[in-house]
Ligand binder design. Structure first.
Ligand code: COA
Ligand code: AMP
Length: 638
């Protein structure tokens, strides 16, 4: 933490904004291009510009073949560590991963998949998931990974939007206490969806093999064994690499589209600058490939950089205990780890003194990175004290693909301010704006927005919804990308992210829309009106809580109806929504114009001070909300 760090950062940050072409061209030179770009940033493509237009690149080539050809074929590329399958460990070198990927690409190609076609990947955390993603990238197919914790309905929505020719899946996922057969979920999704994919490639797992449908399903192992290896095809830098659906403000998720060129350049640059990694180092993002963290930092960034990445099929606790993370770090020589603060809260709850740490040698471990939600100062202090390494909060979103604000190991760490992800990363002209698009003074809360264009690696558009893309992100603050996070920047330029400005809540680092949950509750035949809010939770950060107003004349018990809506959310959205609590009330608090006062309800639930909304229809309803929350064991201190 020196003034060198400050000047390194400042110099890079200023150059990235004043001369983005030189800054990002230098980063792009590290990669292999089959054709150089015509322009680094083409600003004629409004509103956000396009990176490396005219250039040709293949992401899979840069992630695998390039390293093999440079003589590092025997280096480990991927370590699969799976405590849920009895501590199974599989290690693949760069040569092995390239060969498996080339064969998987062969299977896809033999089944008619070509450049621009979509492939949905509905998979647990197994090596075949990364192989399928890279195989798509190899032949220019656009993958869309769907998180295994989503239910059939969510999968069906994604099938209808992406229209995949092929779906890649596995026979089951494995949670701590149960095996989840995927085929029934997938079959239901295909039944619900209007679009019917032609083929399903299935990885059979011994824990629960699936019955395959003749004519539609293909056994992964047989197909790969018989397949021809297929080479990388050159792609336009601006061709889509993947679609990743994320929660929006309606039940219809947003299909974030990422390009090939900008994405590879941005991610490769972050590996050293933010995470301090060199080729050959071991890097571990303990997330799931179904989320953006998994896309960027389990699969693409570490492999493009030439690191060894870890794919961990387990949890921070319960597989088998709260020492699981320390075991993985010690066993595989992890240099930097990335996870969500909620994982550390789970560990701290089970092993508050960190006693299990004593069993492991963490001498190679240098830095812990946290994101997905704000790192609360307690968790930060605990992790720093127990691990005795820098603990770095950094802030980003599915849309941005990598950090908007971070503390950069490559420049030297700046002093940490608890509660802040430090300063805006190079490429991000981050500003705090008021409703009129004016910059707010230091320390005052407003909308966190970044001036366009965004740096390489951020989203290109939304799949099938370019108007929604410009409307959602660029309309409210012309010339800016709206992050939909509120916060402030202090006098030292440290960023503080306080809350979302939309209906998104953050449950165990997972991004969920309360609006989508409300749509499910409203579909129950006894429910007249409803609201869902995110209530603070010590472990998961936030938990959803529902309020139901029943139709008149309904004479069933509240308990029955609550149990049914809980089940409905689980079956429509998925267990990952963690929707387990709801209360039946007489009326919802509203403004005179009929707007539901969700913000006030949330403040009551979290025991926060709130001002009585001037436009409230009937203030007495808030007491009813308070009582309903108390009946759920919430708002108890009031
Ligand atoms: N397939 C099927 N079900 C899944 C699933 C998957 N891939 N992932 C989670 N679920 C289920 C869980 O089993 C759980 O079901 P339950 O209601 O029957 O218990 C439910 O979805 C909620 O899961 P989760 O929120 O993960 O809660 P948890 O209690 O199982 O674990 C943590 C809590 C904190 C340990 C866990 O969320 C965690 O490790 N999070 C941090 C890392 C992370 O993934 N961050 C994401 C972005 S970086
Ligand atoms: P996702 O798109 O799932 O990555 O979720 C992005 C959202 O998570 C952001 O808009 C923030 O609300 C929240 N988030 C992620 N990282 C952080 C962080 N380090 N600090 C505060 N909020 C964060």
């Amino acid at each position: 933490m020196s003034s060198d760090a400050e000047s390194n950062y400042q110099q890079a940050y200023e150059q990235s904004l004043n001369d983005p072409d030189t800054f990002w061209a230098a980063a792009a030179e590290e990669l292999h291009w089959t054709k150089p770009w015509d322009s680094v940033l083409d600003t004629s493509v409004m509103p956000h510009g396009q990176w490396f237009k005219g250039g040709e690149i293949n992401t899979c080539y840069n992630a695998l073949d390039r390293h093999v050809e440079a003589g590092r074929g025997d280096q480990l590329a991927l370590i699969y560590d799976s405590p849920v399958t009895g501590n199974r460990v599989i290690k693949l070198t760069y040569a092995e991963l390239r060969d498996a990927t080339a064969k998987c690409a062969g299977v896809l190609a033999a089944n008619g998949v070509k450049k621009g076609d979509r492939v949905i990947i509905y998979m647990p955390m197994i090596p075949e998931t990364a192989i399928a993603m890279l195989a798509c990238a190899r032949i220019g197919a656009i993958h869309s990974v769907v998180f295994g914790g989503f239910a059939s309905n969510e999968l069906a929505v994604r099938i209808d939007d992406a229209k995949p020719d092929v779906i890649v899946t596995a026979s089951c996922g494995i949670e701590v206490n149960r095996v989840i057969p995927y085929m029934p979920l997938l079959n239901d999704a295909i039944d619900i969806a209007e679009f019917k994919p032609c083929k399903v490639l299935v990885v059979q797992r011994e824990q629960c093999p699936a019955e395959l449908q003749a004519g539609r399903d293909i056994d992964w192992l047989t197909a790969i064994t018989d397949a021809d290896a297929v080479d990388c095809v050159p792609l336009e830098a601006t061709d889509p690499l993947y679609i990743l659906y994320t929660s929006g403000t309606t039940g219809l998720p947003k299909g974030v589209v990422r390009d090939n060129g900008g994405h590879a350049v941005g991610l490769n640059w972050t590996m050293n600058t933010i995470y301090g990694m060199e080729a050959g180092d071991v890097y571990w993002a303990a997330s799931d490939v179904g989320w953006v963290v998994g896309h960027s930092y389990i699969v693409y960034a570490p492999l493009i950089k030439g690191c060894t990445t870890i794919l961990y099929e387990g949890k921070p606790v319960g597989t088998p205990d709260a020492g699981a993370f320390w075991r993985v770090i010690a066993e595989h020589g992890v240099k930097a780890m990335f996870t969500a603060p909620t994982a550390f809260r789970a560990i701290k709850k089970e092993d508050p003194d960190g006693a299990l740490l004593a069993k492991y040698d963490l001498s190679k471990f240098e830095t812990l990175f946290l994101a997905g939600e704000r790192t609360d100062p307690d968790t930060l202090a605990w992790a720093e004290e127990k691990l005795k390494v820098p603990v770095i909060d950094h802030w980003w979103q599915t849309e941005t693909g990598w950090s908007i604000a971070a503390n950069h190991k490559g420049y030297g760490f700046l002093p940490i301010k608890p509660g802040s992800p430090t300063k805006a990363a190079p490429g991000w002209d981050l500003q705090v704006l008021d409703d009129q698009c004016n910059q707010m003074p230091a320390g005052e809360v407003g909308a966190l927005c970044t001036k366009l264009p965004m740096p390489p690696g951020s989203l290109l558009t939304l799949w099938n919804a370019h108007d929604r893309f410009t409307e959602s992100y660029m309309a409210e603050f012309p010339g800016f990308y709206k992050t939909a996070d509120a916060g402030y920047i202090d006098a030292d330029e440290y960023v503080f992210v306080m809350s979302r400005t939309d209906d998104i809540i953050n449950v165990a680092g997972h991004r969920l829309s309360t609006g989508a949950m409300e749509e499910v509750l409203a579909s129950h035949s006894d429910v007249a009106e409803c609201a869902v809010i995110g209530v603070a939770d010590q472990l998961k950060g936030q938990l959803p809580v529902g309020f139901l107003v029943l139709k008149s004349g309904v004479d069933r018990t509240d308990e029955d109806i609550v149990a049914e809506v809980v089940q409905l959310v689980r079956s429509q959205i998925g267990p990952v929504a963690a929707f387990k609590q709801a209360a039946v009330i007489e009326r919802l608090p509203k403004t005179r114009s009929g707007k539901i006062l969700r913000g006030t309800m949330q403040k009551i639930a979290d025991n926060e001070e709130y001002r009585m909304p001037a436009t409230i229809d009937d203030p007495a309803i808030l007491d009813e909300i308070d009582l309903a929350l108390q009946s759920l064991g919430l708002a108890s201190a009031r």
